[in-house]
Design a protein around this ligand. Structure first.
Ligand code: SAM
Length: 236
């Protein structure tokens, strides 16, 4: 992550608010292309915690050497999740994102062995079934970004017994999305396709973009990290 931030919190809040309220995913991805050079500085200003917290959550379930663990980082952006996972000892990463601008910054990090442009609201994941030991999607499951319909695809590409780490936000304009996502997560569990390992509620996920979006009595929005394990014997 960059060491310093040059823009004021108010400027960053305006930019992030525009991302949160853009419902057309084509426009959203253009927006990310333009944001890519300043994304990492801006998320420091915003006190965005998700990559570090998700990496800790995922690392907590692996024992022994992490050298062989192959991670698919979906909506990888500039690569903050791989960077945090590398600090925990993971070293094999593939990444996907719909913004070439964000992918270019991820490429420059030199952490990913494979990076692919992928529209997650339109295409199947470019990966065989049961391929990855772990799949992450951090900061991208929310209104106007990646639809919940990608979640069964994440499960498909995970090895039986592998782990999935997903995040979403609790801000006012994302509550409907979060509730739909929760229903889908529960449904997949009731169908025996995966089991819930951990749910971590995070009060200070990032600075809110406005008072309306903030948790009452706070300047922050809250968020959630879900960790699931794909059931052994699930063949797709
Ligand atoms: C807030 S960033 C999160 C990036 C990274 N995971 C992190 O935590 O820093 C959301 C990412 O999702 C990607 N994204 C949003 N909608 C997408 C879509 N429909 N298809 C593919 N990628 C999408 C954006 O390009 C962006 O890189």
């Amino acid at each position: 992550m960059a060491a310093s931030s040059s823009r004021s919190l108010a400027e960053v809040q305006r930019r992030v608010s525009a991302v949160h309220h853009e419902n057309d995913s084509e426009e959203q991805l253009h927006f990310y292309d333009g944001w890519a050079p300043e994304y990492e500085q801006d998320v420091i200003t915003l006190q965005y915690q998700a990559p570090r917290l998700a990496a800790s959550c995922l690392a907590s379930v692996f024992q022994g050497s992490l050298a062989d663990v192959l991670v698919l980082d979906v909506a990888c952006g500039t690569g903050l999740v791989a960077q945090e996972l590398q600090a925990k000892g993971f070293c094999r990463f593939h990444g996907l994102d719909g913004s070439w601008g964000m992918l270019e910054h991820a490429r420059q990090k030199g952490l990913y062995q494979e990076l692919n442009l992928c529209r997650l609201d339109q295409e199947a994941l470019p990966a065989p079934s049961g391929f990855y030991d772990a799949v992450t999607i951090v900061g991208a499951l929310s209104e106007g970004q990646v639809p919940t319909s990608v979640i069964p695809e994440l499960l498909r590409v995970t090895k039986p017994g592998g782990f999935l780490c997903l995040t979403t936000r609790d801000n006012q304009s994302n509550l409907r999305y979060k509730s739909q996502m929760q229903q889908l997560l529960d449904d997949l569990e009731q169908r025996g396709l995966w089991e819930k390992v951990k749910v971590q509620e995070v009060g200070q996920w990032e600075r809110a973009t406005s008072e309306q979006e903030a948790t009452e009595g706070s300047d922050y929005i809250s968020g959630v990290i879900y960790l699931y394990r794909k059931t052994l014997g699930v063949g797709f």
